[in-house]
Design a protein. Structure first.
Length: 528
């Protein structure tokens, strides 16, 4: 005999299988749905599957993020086995599978850990019980089985990839599905000062305001002791010593559990009840502690993934700008990701393609891109060969720096060697362009030396290493004063040259934009 199944995220680590029977099956975030998925891209009731006589029809329930079949957004569509559809960001596949035979000797307990959904485990809460767990079962064995089932489901839900904030949102949504509470908040330890900071909060009414949603005294108590704590009647609990936050917020009962990684406390999970004392029991605390352990492990994994992702972004950024020798030293530094700058003595090189505007106006856009893609890598390799920092491309211009983040005694000579080799490399590039019947290119280069502020500028996800100051501005002006095929250097760069064999020609005082006094410049005879 064959049956229908809906598989969520087929082939992925968080894959789940849901049997599809005759009648209506609802998909959404709400626990009352037959297919309940804790993903914020889903609406509470997102879509409906109607199954009758072997015919399966998928209908969108006016969801915010839509239902798609074959990449097209649908209102209603018949599905066939093998079809894939998407609700929000969650992918499903309809399958027809052979129904396995059931061993009649299999006990209820041995079937307890089969594939079941969360809503099948949860039941109607008995308000007369002291426990806030939403379990319909009454016997101790059945409750223990169901609590373990819930924790297994929690582990599956929290193993899905996503941001740290998304993980914490899903955790609080699970808290309210499983436990009767008025408010819940996750606080994480600030690594800078060790202080707990609220990150996500929710009330039973759905509010997400972070202000005044927890007792700081209770959260701090659990952070200090590192163990879960139950405050059955918070107003009278001697551990709180009539804490002001408890009184002002009318907190009757509260529980708080640490969120632990493998080696450190990451934060705490706090929830409370504002209606009556003794609402939480020791059974609830034990469950919350196990729940918080799952959240802590998931948080640590997400933080590790985030660090790996940031490291990949950082390394990718650095590989674009630094030579391998500097990159190796940066890898050993613990502070390279920090924002900010420090003073450094540098030699800055600006290189520009002569007449680029007129040249590009005679070319198709694709040809301009191909030209720059052939030109820039050649010049960048020369910068790295001389152990310079490739700071930026500005249209057709290139800016490179020697002396930051690491300096050499001969930084000015390295910069000038790079400038000469750029001109020589351009000659070879023009030979190739001539063979392709393309117009020859000419560049002009300016060098200047002096103090700058050098460091990372931007954000933690995208860092741009930059040098800022009058030194870089003057280097740009010197480049503008140079003619086609020329290399000009300032007096400050000339004074720093260790190799006196350079052929330099002193030019008359040269006025440049932005400077009241003319500059003393030297033309480099690089082709002799």
């Amino acid at each position: 005999m064959q049956t229908l199944q809906v598989v969520m995220n087929p082939g992925l680590p968080d894959e789940q299988v849901f049997p599809l029977g005759e009648g209506i099956t609802l998909i959404g975030r709400d626990v009352e749905n037959q297919i309940s998925i804790l993903d914020k891209s889903l609406s509470r009731q997102h879509a409906r599957i109607a199954t009758a006589g072997g015919k399966v029809v998928l209908t969108d329930l006016q969801s915010k993020n839509g239902t798609f079949v074959g990449g097209a957004r649908i209102t209603s569509r018949e599905l066939h086995p093998g079809d894939t559809f998407t609700c929000g960001a969650v992918t499903f596949r309809l399958l027809r599978v052979a129904e396995p035979s059931v061993n009649p000797t299999m006990t209820h307990e041995s079937r307890a850990f089969s594939q079941v959904s969360l809503q099948e485990i949860l039941g109607t809460q008995d308000s007369s019980r002291s426990s806030a767990l939403k379990l319909g079962t009454t016997s101790s064995a059945e409750r223990d089985r169901d609590k373990l089932q819930i924790l297994l489901k929690v582990s599956q839900f929290l193993s899905s990839p996503g941001t740290i904030d998304n993980l914490m949102e899903r955790s609080l949504e699970l808290v309210f599905q499983v436990l009767e509470a008025d408010r819940a908040v996750i606080l994480l330890v600030d690594p800078g000062n060790g202080v707990l900071r609220p990150r996500v909060a929710r009330t039973s009414e759905g509010s997400r305001d972070l202000a005044h949603v927890y007792s700081r005294h209770i959260a701090s108590y659990v952070q200090r002791h590192g163990v879960a704590a139950l405050f059955a009647d918070a107003r009278l609990d001697p551990r709180l010593d009539t804490a002001e936050s408890v009184v002002q917020q009318s907190i009757y009962a509260a529980m708080c559990a640490p969120l632990k990684g493998r080696e450190e406390l990451l934060g705490v999970l706090y929830l409370d009840n504002l209606r009556r004392p003794e609402r939480f029991s020791q059974e609830d605390l034990e469950f919350l502690s196990s729940f918080a352990n799952q959240v802590g492990i998931a948080l640590e994994n997400s933080m590790l993934y985030q660090r790996i992702e940031q490291e990949a972004v950082r390394r990718n950024n650095y590989q674009r700008f630094f030579p391998p020798s500097a990159l190796a030293r940066l890898e050993q530094s613990s502070s390279v990701i920090e924002l900010g700058a420090k003073e450094a003595e540098v030699t800055t090189l600006f290189s520009d393609i002569c007449g680029f505007t007129n040249l590009s106006s005679r070319m198709r856009p694709g040809e301009v891109v191909d030209m720059l893609n052939a030109y820039f890598p050649t010049m960048a390799d020369i910068v790295f060969e001389q152990e310079g920092t490739l700071e930026k491309y500005i249209g057709d211009a290139l800016m490179a720096t020697w002396g930051a983040p690491f300096s050499h005694p001969d930084d000015a000579d390295r910069a000038l060697r790079a400038a000469v080799r750029m001109q020589q490399a351009l000659q070879r590039l023009n030979e190739h362009r001539s063979e392709q019947r393309q117009e020859a290119l000419q560049i002009h280069i300016g060098l200047n030396s002096g103090p700058v502020a050098a460091g990372n500028i931007g954000s933690q996800r995208f860092l741009q290493y930059a040098t800022i100051g009058d030194t870089t501005n003057v280097a740009s002006r010197v480049c503008g004063a140079a003619g086609p095929g020329e290399i000009l250097i300032t007096q400050s760069t000339r004074d720093r040259l260790a190799d006196r064999r350079w052929k330099l020609e002193l030019l008359p005082p040269t006025p440049v934009k932005g400077k009241d006094a003319p500059l003393t410049l030297y033309r480099v005879h690089w082709d002799v």
